[in-house]
Write a protein that binds this ligand. Structure first.
Ligand code: PMP
Length: 526
């Protein structure tokens, strides 16, 4: 082996450099609850209070003893982790348990079928693929139905029981021919339907939304830096702003179209129109995580739901970050009255140990053939399914104590963030979120007096520099949200204590004082 390779950084060295610049390139050697441990200069473990919470993947904390015990039991018992293409009763139980909880929260009994995957983005792509399969099949079903009508019109014209009125030619901008009166009509309908059906589907997503970084999902993620270089590889998305319902009307007016057919009425051939299902899906997060912890308002939720119902556009509700109890219910969206055709769950589903995600699709949209065209070597494995079952058991036990904890601990944390914001309105702009999914937004510092603060803000690194100070000065770990770097995220586990909240209050107060006093030299970045 080339000896230099042993010392060369090959695992994302550029990213490591960026982390180093803000003092964030720390190696953690152990995790427990809301605490990660790093080694100090003497090789001793030093605790760091973790508010990043695995980016929302640790609702029960790092290495939760009960989840670890279950994992041990599974491995020690020789659980067949990779037994693809066999009966997976544990996956079935997991799907059933998810259904039971979702039914309770949504007040429905319609089954949701589960497709398992490994990561959040993968679950999103599975949902998107399923929605497209369903859309394509709906287009062909409509075309078949229209073709049958055309066939009937052909028979009626041929046997003399129907005629073609001038209005039909006018409508299709064709002319009555000397011979076969239906030929140009059918040609034109076939041409227009062919063109329409070949159109690429339109995806709708919200401005600020984040749905992953794979080839398809990144095109549904609003952040241009992630999306733009790969535009040629992916799907066509239209991003709609929150709080501006008329934007949806505009999109509808621009995108909608019809498929044409023929019918015979009172001995005359007429053109009929069927709506072309151009919208593949509308993706949204009930609380945008990477977009800066933005809660979808009840009003926006209602408008989107009405639009989806009116246009038969499936709703994919991405609960990858907001779900699994974080906001006090399994689905954060169940509190806003939204009803998804699809749900995606990931992150905490694996209990912090397994990589697991799931896409759920309601029965009325479900296409069984999807099962034959979508799979992954690693998905639906026994280890992650059993751990996910454990997570659900822990959420549901004692009449849903963990949900109540998330709500109560979240409220306590939010009250503290609010207290700091109120004390520093010149520095802190907003506190947002619900349950244990909270954001603390700073005012823009790109015009700041202190050059270190100003330059960090101008370079888009402000939130990372603040995170660096929190880590190095206060042993608190958090990060800005991916697409709104002035907002720090707080997504700890339900185990959050008052003492831990108190430490954050002290640390955030220190940050606010530094910003108020423009004392950038006091920022500790290593
Ligand atoms: N959707 C949402 C709402 C997310 O927050 C994330 C991850 N931050 C994803 C999708 C992508 O998940 P993953 O990183 O597991 O691919």
């Amino acid at each position: 082996m080339n000896p230099e390779l042993a010392v060369t950084e090959l695992a994302e060295p550029y990213l490591r450099g960026l982390l180093t610049s803000a003092g964030l390139d720390v190696e953690y050697v152990r995790g427990e609850g809301n605490t990660l441990y790093r080694l100090d200069a003497k090789g001793q473990e030093t605790p760091v209070l973790d508010y990043a919470g695995g980016y929302g993947s640790l609702i029960f904390g790092h290495n939760n003893p009960e989840i670890v015990a279950r994992a041990r039991e599974l491995v020690d018992g020789g659980v067949p982790v990779h037994a693809q293409f066999s009966f997976h009763p544990y996956a079935n139980r997991l799907a059933a348990e998810l259904n039971r909880i979702i039914h309770r929260e949504l007040g429905t009994d319609e089954p949701y079928y589960a497709t398992f995957a490994n990561s959040g983005a993968e679950a999103v792509e599975a949902a998107v693929k399923h929605a497209e399969l369903d859309r394509v099949l709906r287009v062909s079903e409509t075309l078949e139905e229209l073709a049958a009508g055309v066939e009937r019109a052909r028979t009626a014209v041929d046997d003399g029981s129907a005629t073609v009125p001038d209005a039909v030619y006018a409508q299709l901008a064709t002319e009555r021919p000397a011979d076969d009166p239906l030929a140009p009509v059918i040609d034109e309908i076939t041409r227009r339907n062919g063109e329409r059906a070949a159109q690429a589907p339109v995806f709708l997503a919200l401005e600020g939304g984040f749905h992953g970084k794979l080839m398809g999902s990144v095109q549904l993620t609003h952040n241009e830096a992630y999306r733009a270089p790969f535009a040629a590889l992916g799907v066509r998305a239209r991003f709609v702003p929150r709080g501006r319902p008329e934007a949806l009307d505009e999109v509808l007016a621009q995108e909608r179209g019809v498929l044409l057919g023929l019918t015979v009425e009172d001995g005359e051939v007429r053109v009929v129109e069927r709506e072309h299902p151009v919208f593949c899906a509308f993706l949204l997060e009930p609380i945008q995580g990477e977009g800066g912890i933005q809660v979808l308002s009840d009003e926006d939720a209602r408008i989107i739901q009405e639009f989806a119902d009116a246009t038969d556009c499936p709703l994919i509700i991405d609960e990858i970050q907001s779900g699994l109890g974080r906001t006090g219910t399994l689905l954060a969206s169940s509190q806003t009255g939204l009803r998804g055709d699809y749900y995606t769950l990931a992150k905490s589903l694996g209990g912090g140990l397994a990589k697991a995600s799931v896409m759920l699709v309601r029965q009325t949209r479900y296409r069984a053939q999807f099962e034959l065209v979508h799979s992954s070597t690693f998905a639906k494995d026994a280890f992650s399914c059993y751990l996910a079952l454990k997570v659900l058991e822990m959420l549901e036990r004692d009449g849903g104590r963990a949900y109540r904890q998330a709500t109560e601990r979240g409220a306590a944390l939010q009250a503290t963030l609010e207290k700091v914001r109120t004390a520093f309105p010149d520095v802190a702009k907003d506190v947002r979120g619900r349950g244990l999914m909270l954001g603390f937004e700073f005012h823009d510092q790109s015009e700041a007096e202190h050059p270190a603060i100003r330059e960090a803000a101008a370079g888009g690194l402000f939130g990372y520099v603040i995170a660096g100070h929190l880590l190095n000065r206060h042993s608190i770990r958090t990060f800005p949200t991916a697409s709104a770097v002035n907002t720090l995220r707080f997504e700890p586990s339900v185990l959050l204590t008052d003492e831990e909240i108190g430490r954050l209050e002290e640390a955030l107060t220190d940050v606010c004082v530094i910003l108020r006093e423009q004392a950038g030299e006091r920022l500790v970045l290593s």
